[in-house]
Design a protein around this ligand. Structure first.
Ligand code: PLP
Length: 446
């Protein structure tokens, strides 16, 4: 039992080092130990730590006003941030609904989809379809839409039971197809689910453009989202792109969904939006949805106390401007290519590395017991957990995660460093990672 802490998250006895400061791609604890932040915490720190420009912008905002409620005032930073996002987002997503994090952004999107269909005179369209092996947040609505079984397990039955469809998981195709010759059966699974429950009941389909926490930077088939868009259009189902992890440059473009050639009806953002300087989330909404709320009697009935918080919005503005000024989205692509080729060079023939995947500075590695058969490690071994702990002890922070397959088995890590990472630092990252993987394998062998 840790006697010194009154903080309770997972359990009261896990002792963490105390964070002291951050600089660029590094964090330092109070004892002076240095850690390379190779996953931005939880894919949050896009700019790196301690960027003076962002800190100055936050101080300046505090000098003017710290808070004014959105039901009484608007504020300059939220207006500016909404405009910047409208300029950067795919065509037509011209409005932003600001909240305080990813789960709130997803909840807002789910409720907005439902409210939209009420506006359209179709109140029976309420159901959201999600995918297996997806994560959309930990609040009950977002958790119900997601398909991360181990996060859901304790809370079943969920408030709403919603259908979930197959993921687009080419390394382990759920339909046993070769991705080079498949007919996008995984995308057609959405049509099957819509027809099964009845299109008249389905309001939206939600998906991460590149799956993050539950499947380790799972990049979909090139044509997957085009087929999904067609199916959504055919049955009047809104498409929600959950870009909480992938958004704002992480995958080498401002929005990952742009790489797959479709425009969604809503986009959820959080993490990278203020890069960890202040909590923020946003749901970007297409004009055709916003237009239905232009009648004063038909408002979007929702809201949170801290939505549009001036400090959070000021951080978002400062982060986006810094990224534009320093061409960090382009850098995410360039350094992502460098990271990917270094990872492949170092690990392509490693007996326990099954797949290396991702886009931009959003890379995932899936570990297996046996490469040829793709057999995963037994979950009781805790491969990903031991790897995460070993890397941490070696001064490397990665994002380990399990449960990709049947909810129990599967081990992977996310590597998602800040965009300011240098080539030399990428070299060091890969070196520490390989050392940690080998030490983990040795430990499990003993
Ligand atoms: N959506 C996705 C894709 C996420 O990866 C996450 C968090 O990891 C969330 C939603 C939830 O965000 P938050 O933890 O800020 O509530």
């Amino acid at each position: 039992m840790n006697e010194e802490t009154h903080v309770f998250y997972r359990n009261p006895f896990t002792v963490y080092p105390v964070i002291a400061r951050g600089e660029g791609a590094y964090l330092f604890d109070k004892k002076g130990k240095r850690y390379m932040d190779a996953c931005g915490g939880a894919v949050v720190s896009a700019l790196g730590h301690g960027v003076p420009k962002v800190v100055e912008a936050l101080k300046a905002q505090l000098d003017s006003v710290e808070f004014a409620h959105t039901s009484q005032f608007t504020n300059t930073p939220q207006e500016e941030l909404a405009e910047l996002l409208a300029d950067l987002s795919p065509g037509g997503l011209n409005h932003a609904y600001f909240v305080s994090g990813g789960s709130e952004a997803v909840e807002s999107a789910i409720k907005m989809a439902r409210a939209y269909w009420v506006q359209m005179g179709r109140p029976e369209k309420w159901m959201v379809i999600g995918r297996e092996q997806s994560y959309h947040g930990n609040t009950l609505g977002a958790l119900a839409a997601g398909g991360n079984r181990w996060r859901r397990a304790l809370y079943e039955p969920m408030l709403y039971q919603r259908p979930r469809v197959s993921p687009c998981y080419c390394y382990r195709c759920p339909f046993d197809k070769d991705p080079a010759h498949c007919a996008l059966e995984c995308a057609d699974d959405l049509e099957r689910a819509i027809l099964e429950v009845g299109p008249e009941k389905v309001s939206a389909f939600i998906a991460e453009p590149i799956v993050g926490a539950t499947a380790g930077a799972l990049v979909p088939h090139e044509n997957y989202f085009r087929r999904i868009r067609e199916i959504c259009d055919r049955y009047d189902v809104l498409l929600i792109a959950d870009e909480v992890m992938t958004g704002l440059g992480r995958c080498g473009t401002w929005f990952a969904i742009k790489q797959f050639g479709v425009v969604p009806d809503m986009i959820c953002l959080a993490k990278g939006l203020a890069a960890g300087y202040v909590p923020i989330g946003a749901t970007l909404v297409h004009n055709h949805i916003v237009d239905t709320f232009h009648n004063r009697r038909n408002v979007f009935q929702h809201g949170h106390t801290y939505m549009g918080h001036p400090l959070a919005a000021a951080a978002g503005v400062a982060v986006i401007k810094y990224m534009q000024q320093h061409k960090l989205v382009e850098r995410s692509k360039k350094m992502g290519d460098e990271l990917m080729s270094r990872l492949r060079e170092a690990l392509h023939d490693h007996p326990h590395v099954g797949d290396i995947r991702g886009r931009g500075l959003f890379c995932g590695i899936e570990f297996v017991l046996d490469r040829a058969s793709k057999t995963p490690f037994e979950p009781e071994l805790g491969f990903h957990r031991i790897l995460g702990e070993t890397a941490f002890a070696n001064g490397l922070i990665i994002y380990p995660m399990g449960g990709t397959l049947d909810g129990r088995r599967g081990d992977h890590v996310l590597i998602a460093p800040p965009f300011v990472i240098t080539k030399a630092q990428i070299g060091r990252l890969v070196e520490l990672l390989v050392k940690s993987i080998d030490a983990t394998v040795d430990r499990l062998r003993d």
